[in-house]
Design a binder for this molecule. Structure first.
Ligand SMILES: [Ca+2]
Ligand SMILES: [Ca+2]
Length: 106
């Protein structure tokens, strides 16, 4: 079985309250590493286009039953993490849900 990336597991953290958070250096490093996998052109933001490409790859790898499901999950991720609603996700925006999920898995 192919493991879905951590960034998708962060979807389960939607109910996390938007409070000021502090993170350990290890948590920040893990969030940045996961983010970098989705930020294909390395401009510091993940766009809808990049999310779609990543999800198509993951669907092809068997992580999702089909491309449509994968893309819907990707769009859900983007909406959940785009805190300032500019249509793209920065690492600092995705960090909260990512780390919340990491902590639950400990
Ligand atoms: Ca990018
Ligand atoms: Ca944003």
């Amino acid at each position: 079985m192919i493991r879905a990336p951590m960034v998708l597991f962060a979807l389960a953290g939607l109910a996390t309250p938007a409070l000021a958070q502090t993170y350990t250096p290890a948590e920040i490093a893990a969030s940045q590493a996961d983010f970098a996998k989705g930020d294909v052109n390395k401009d510091g933001v993940i766009t809808q286009d990049e999310v779609d490409k990543r999800m198509v790859e993951l669907a092809a790898a068997g992580a999702f039953p089909d491309v449509g499901t994968a893309k819907r999950m990707g769009t859900k991720w983007l909406k959940a993490n785009d805190r300032n609603k500019d249509g793209k996700v920065e690492e600092t925006e995705s960090r909260e849900l990512f780390v919340a999920k990491m902590r639950r898995q400990r």
